[in-house]
Design a protein around this ligand. Structure first.
Ligand code: NAD
Ligand code: UDP
Ligand code: UDP
Length: 320
């Protein structure tokens, strides 16, 4: 069946998208990767370009897209705070107009459509761990709002297209994900710490480093997304996808320093506004609906990510 499936991945040249394209090809699908290369790179998909079932198209999803596909993974959106705050209006447009266009496309061609939503819909959460029925605590006026509110509105659009037009939707709320092909300059904590430690620069902890996150390795996340897409039509989500192993940012810094084998110093920097204090998914629903839970321990995932950045930093064009 899978060999006849035509799958559109928006944001396919990004970190998660490129891994998803790879897995879909391996499962026999035809893959159309649509990306405007804002934060993704052609390097991320260079190894796929010669594949007979892979096609890459430069396109901004805030504009309409007319293609014929069976499934749509809507991943296009800058994901790191540094990147999504660079042009916040475009971030909101990407989430909202992008979702509208993908839903309009799904409606016309009767495709299934999966939205890459985020744990940021919970804002700085007051309940812990976060379950899907928690409505969140987002500051609608702060610097993170372009991302958080854009993603919240995209979820609303998904559910309205289902109610109004019977579109087959799936919503995944993705928690912090890491792994090879993260952008070295995206400012996210895992990439920052590894790149800093490998370069022998101070590792920058924002605030006291007591804030927590729960880090999911990208292969686990991609497995969860594909399982969600494969569920029967009545399964819409939202479903949390993330690793419930919660650690402090300081602990992460110590682990990365230990792995990089450098005697890196830790340096404190101011905590950004609205930085969530604690974040950890309740993945009970994903376990029940998808039979899914993360398999890759943090230590293994970090090793693989360190190896990726180590090789990347040794390449002459990215060494500076
Ligand atoms: P990424 O920045 O590596 O990938 C996003 C991709 O979307 C990039 O290739 C970028 O060029 C592309 N893009 C951005 N705006 C676009 C537009 N208007 N039109 C077409 N392409 C556009 O980020 P990622 O970490 O791979 O995230 C992928 C998705 O998963 C995002 O929607 C993000 O919000 C979501 N997500 C990621 C995480 C995480 O921890 N990585 C957590 C929660 C949610
Ligand atoms: N759209 C698209 N590709 C399609 C069908 C629709 O990009 O194959 C866009 C369309 O341009 C519109 C959006 O999706 O901006 C929503 O489409 P819908 O048909 O739901 O709404 P309408 O066009 O009636 O506003
Ligand atoms: N962080 C940090 N140092 C860095 C980058 C990030 O201490 O160099 C912190 C950041 O303040 C946040 C956590 O690490 O508390 C995760 O940040 P990231 O940008 O990776 O993701 P998000 O805040 O969106 O979860």
């Amino acid at each position: 069946m899978m060999s006849r499936k035509r799958v559109l991945v928006t944001g396919g040249a990004g970190f998660i998208g490129s891994h998803l394209c790879e897995r879909l090809l391996a499962e026999g699908a035809s893959v159309l990767c649509v990306d405007n290369y804002f934060t993704g790179t052609r390097d991320n998909i260079a190894h796929l370009l010669a594949h007979p079932r892979f096609e890459a198209m430069r396109h901004d999803i805030t504009f309409p897209l007319y293609v014929e596909v069976d499934e749509i993974y809507n991943l296009a959106c800058p994901a790191s705070p540094v990147h999504y705050q660079f042009d916040p209006v475009q971030t909101t447009k990407t989430s909202i107009s992008g979702a509208l266009n993908m839903l309009g496309l799904a409606k016309r061609v009767k495709a299934k459509v999966l939205q890459a939503s985020t744990s940021e819909v919970y804002g700085d959460p007051e309940v812990h761990p976060q379950r899907e029925d928690y409505r969140g605590s987002v500051n609608p006026l702060g610097p993170r709002a372009c991302y958080d509110e854009g993603k919240r509105c995209a979820e609303t659009l998904f559910f309205d297209y289902r109610r109004q037009h019977n579109v087959r939707i799936k919503v995944a709320r993705i928690f912090n994900t890491y792994g090879p092909r993260m952008h070295p300059n995206d400012g996210r904590v895992v990439s920052n710490f590894i790149v800093q430690a490998l370069r022998g620069e101070p590792v920058t902890i924002y605030g006291e480093g007591t804030q927590t996150r729960s880090f999911c390795f990208v292969d686990d996340l991609v497995e969860g997304l594909m399982r969600l897409m494969a569920t029967p039509d009545e399964v819409t989500g939202p479903v949390n996808l993330g690793n419930p192993h919660e650690i402090t940012v300081r602990e992460l810094a110590e682990r990365v320093i230990a792995l990089c084998g450098e005697d890196a110093r830790i340096e404190k920097r101011p905590l950004p506004q609205d930085d969530p204090t604690r974040r950890c998914p309740d993945i009970g629903l994903a376990k029940r609906l998808l039979g899914w839970e993360p398999k890759v321990p943090l230590e293994d995932g970090l090793r693989r990510t360190v190896a990726y950045f180590d090789a990347l930093l040794r390449r002459p064009e990215t060494a500076d």
